[in-house]
Design a protein around this ligand. Structure first.
Ligand code: ZN
Length: 66
């Protein structure tokens, strides 16, 4: 059960909650080598919607973030 990919990605973190994420996770759900959400702070559905790729996504609902 030693997956080395999880050990080499310790410096990649979710900018929303600070949780550690894998490089693959950032590539799939993030943008510009960053991810603004992970399975700890977003649901799978919201990740699939691309929320983790947009920093302002959290404020999108009901407010004008510009
Ligand atoms: Zn998170």
């Amino acid at each position: 059960m030693s997956e080395r990919e999880s050990m080499t990605d310790v410096n990649r973190r979710c900018t929303r909650c600070g949780g550690a994420v894998t490089r693959q996770f950032v590539r799939v759900f993030g943008a510009s080598n960053r991810v603004h959400g992970c399975l700890d702070c977003l649901t799978r559905q919201r990740l699939a919607d691309g929320e983790a790729a947009e920093r302002a996504a959290a404020d999108r609902a009901g407010s004008d973030w510009r």
